[in-house]
Design a binder for this molecule. Structure first.
Ligand SMILES: [Zn+2]
Length: 148
């Protein structure tokens, strides 16, 4: 889809902080994070939402999201992590390219999307530093088990 912002990010045609790319999946920092390290995991191919994403593709997206959640809990010390997708505008979906949110929590959450703000350069760099080991971690997790 030529007018899809996530397709543009996947192809490198729109600016973003890409954290991981592999197995047909791209991971980047949410431009409007609710917490430091809020990531989006998307399939490289365009699907509107989870309802039209083939299971073989969705499986890879969820596997990468799971690995990142594990990384946040075991390597970076997040006290909690949310992993979720919104399907349909009634569920809060805004960008219609299937994506899974991975939201690390650094303390008790006040509300699901409470505290959503614009990503700053400083916050992005801090998040990228925190995620410096995540690429290897994902590859290790996916090579050991999972659907990829
Ligand atoms: Zn797209």
């Amino acid at each position: 889809m030529s007018d899809c912002i996530f397709c543009k990010i996947v192809k490198g045609e729109a600016e973003s902080y890409i954290v991981y790319k592999g197995h047909g999946v791209t991971v980047f920092l949410d431009k409007f994070p609710v917490s430091k390290g809020h990531l989006l995991v998307v399939p490289d191919e365009h699907y509107e939402s989870i309802h039209d994403t083939p299971l073989s593709k969705a499986c890879k997206v969820w596997a990468v999201a799971s690995a990142i959640a594990k990384y946040y809990r075991t390597k970076v010390g997040a006290s909690g992590v949310n992993v979720l997708t919104n399907s349909g505008s009634d569920a809060g979906q805004v960008i219609f390219h299937f994506h899974v949110h991975v939201i690390p929590r650094w303390g008790p959450m006040r509300g699901f999307f409470a505290g959503r703000h614009s990503l700053t350069e400083e916050e992005a760099q801090e998040a990228l530093n925190m995620l410096s080991g995540v690429k290897d971690f994902i590859e290790e997790e996916l090579s050991r088990e999972g659907c990829v």
